[in-house]
Design a protein around this ligand. Sequence first.
Ligand SMILES: [Zn+2]
Length: 176
Amino acid sequence: MTRRHFSLSLLALAACGLPSREVSAGAAAAGPTGPGVRDLPEDPPTVTALVRSDADWQALLAPEAYRILRRAGTERAFTGPYWDNHAAGRYLCGGCGLRLFDAADKFESGTGWPSFTRPVAADRVAIHRDVTLGMVREEVVCARCAGHLGHVFDDGPAPTGKRYCMNSWAMVFKAA
Ligand SMILES: [Zn+2]
């Protein structure tokens, strides 16, 4: 077993959440909203980086969405609007509206966070090595606005074996 695999195995147990970075999910059942959701295409032919100032993000996003997307926070398990959402539809980035995941790839992980086997396209997310808090994890960020979405682990089901463990508040769900 490689060191990397060992770390990932440990972290699969920890799922997304770390108590010191927990974020209150708030009460809004409708889910997060982001101004970019209205402004930018869900499915651009190529993903172009969107840069906004921190002050802009703070003004534009709901507090929960800001703390997760721009401060790499984590919502408490079983509190976000989408962990138990089984409706058909698509999940957009809560910061910029880029289509990230489809409900068809969502599965019941038991973790209390919305979990997917894959993004809708490889170019919709970027993976960063996250070594905070003494652990090695694969951080998943939006490829357009670089907003923090969650982490990806190697203990997911077929067909990919991946578990994209996302924060509800980092996304906006659009029913099919
Ligand atoms: Zn985004």
